[in-house]
Design a protein around this ligand. Structure first.
Ligand code: NDP
Ligand code: 2IT
Length: 443
């Protein structure tokens, strides 16, 4: 049995009932086969065994009082996965579905993604099964303060720097920052995605979505294509989706559909992003409200956003939201490129179907790395006690995404998998982390 198969078999045995973690680990490890075979030192140093076991997992109780006076108890987590190339870095997800398997898959992916940015950041993820949806501001604040009252012990600007993810935006980061500062007395860049009045970076809000389009644009250009005049589907209508749609439209594309977890909208005229921002960023309402702004648009709760004919599909909502059946429909309808704004939104069989049919496929750990890359730029600005202009941060982001495309393209070609950017991203992300682990010895 190969080294990779042995490690995978052992991982599944040691971590039962963690399907998302198995899925992410299987995809990565299988594509590392060629580089691991070419470099026996990785097996000798137990790199894969050590890379798939988080440095530590912190789990804690998060008690808070709701508006009716009832005590609520949530689960809180922080998974510090790997800090070989820099302090732990990664988002906090607040969603009722959050569990150990989901956070381990996200933390594991983050290690490779952060390496791909070329910046000195290790990988982590955390969050809670708390659902911010439908909660009052006071309830969200009570939760965030309680969450940070435990989390603060484990984080710091040089140890672990959390950020946003699903359900965690500027409001939640603000409450958490306030509580960290209150408990520790430290005014430091311990979180990213902060508000612009207290240490946040310009362009961080836009960064994941914009970065996705910058990378896609490079990939399309290398294959004699671009966004101009293309029909684009963007799933989700949160932070990543909104700014992916905005930049795609700036590049001449027409975004014809978006969604939330209740349903999807279809607007042949091109989605009105001001309306989406008002509904989602300001009013925190459902996407069905869109029809109040564009009565000619359609709202559906049946079928799937992926049934809409398009040239380019950008899944920007959540894991496993695009399955094999969706992939076949997209291919049949003429889709030529897919870019993952979300983490692992495409099921493995669907991703395979895209590759088999020569659909360009940009995997999340490369395509959505612009968010965490800009978080690292926020950390740099905090350390320097300076703030850069929007243009400066955006230009650095673009440079980073162009470079990521170059690196994943080169790695895919070098190992004989030209245009398979899943293999390219995994190998390119792995190398720097693995070589650092070799250098650090058995730790
Ligand atoms: P948000 O909370 O801002 O938005 C999430 C969006 O996805 C919402 O529209 C939400 O709808 C929708 N969604 C969530 N779950 C489902 C579901 N089961 N079915 C359909 N739609 C769903 O999160 P982000 O935009 O920040 O994150 C989106 C994805 O991007 C995640 O995978 C995240 O890990 C990834 N990502 C985020 C980065 C960031 O910087 N924020 C960076 C890199 C990756 P509803 O409101 O109905 O729940
Ligand atoms: O998945 C991700 O890369 C994020 N949620 C962003 C993490 C960060 O530290 O900015």
């Amino acid at each position: 049995m190969s080294y990779v198969s042995e490690v995978l078999q052992d991982l599944i045995k040691k971590n039962p009932n963690e399907p998302e973690f198995h899925q992410a680990a299987t995809e990565v490890l299988e594509s590392l086969e060629p580089i691991v075979e070419a470099n026996p030192v990785y097996q000798k140093m137990g790199i894969l065994e050590r890379l798939t076991e988080p440095d530590r997992i912190v789990m804690f109780r998060v008690p808070w009082v709701d508006d009716s006076g009832k005590i609520q108890v949530n689960k809180g987590y922080r998974i510090q996965f790997n800090n070989s190339i820099g302090p732990y870095k990664g988002g906090l997800r607040l969603h009722p579905s959050v569990n150990l398997s989901i956070l381990k898959f996200l933390g594991f992916e983050q290690v490779f993604k952060n390496s791909l940015t070329g910046l000195p950041i290790g990988g982590a993820k955390g969050g809670s099964n708390f659902d911010p949806k439908g909660k009052s501001d006071r309830e969200v604040m009570a939760f965030c303060q309680s969450f940070m009252t435990e989390l603060f012990k484990y984080i710091g600007k040089d140890t672990d720097v959390p950020a946003g993810d699903i359900g965690t935006g500027a409001r939640e980061i603000g409450y958490m920052f306030g509580q960290y500062k209150r408990i520790t007395g430290l005014y430091e860049g311990v979180l990213t995605g902060k508000g612009l009045t207290y240490g946040g970076s310009l362009a961080r809000k836009e960064a994941t979505g914009y970065g996705l389009i910058y990378l896609m644009n490079e990939m399309l250009a290398a294959h004699a294509m671009n966004f101009d005049g293309k029909r684009v589907l963007v799933s989700g209508s949160g932070n990543v989706a909104i700014y992916a749609a905005e930049k795609a439209a700036q590049y001449g594309a027409k975004v014809v559909a978006m969604c939330d977890s209740n349903g999807w909208i279809y607007d042949e005229a091109g989605v009105d992003l001001d309306a989406i921002k008002k509904i989602k960023e300001v009013e925190r309402k459902r996407i069905s409200e869109y029809l109040n702004y564009r009565p000619k648009a359609e709202y559906h709760t049946d079928g799937s956003i992926w049934d809409v004919p398009c040239d380019i599909a950008l899944p920007c909502a959540t894991q496993n939201e695009l399955n094999l059946e969706n992939a076949k429909t997209l291919i049949k309808n003429g889709c030529v490129a897919v870019g993952e704004g979300a983490n692992m939104p495409t099921t493995p069989d669907a991703a395979h179907e895209f590759l088999k049919n020569n659909v360009l496929f940009a995997p999340g750990k490369a395509a959505n790395a612009g968010g965490v890359a800009t978080s690292a730029l926020e950390m740099s600005q905090n350390s320097l006690r300076l703030s850069w202009s929007f243009e400066e941060v955006d230009a650095r982001l673009k440079g980073i995404m162009v470079n990521i495309y170059k690196n994943i393209d080169a790695a895919s070609e070098k190992y004989g998998f030209k245009d398979n950017f899943i293999v390219g991203a995994n190998i390119a992300g792995f190398t720097k982390v693995a070589d650092s682990m070799v250098a650090h010895g058995i730790v």
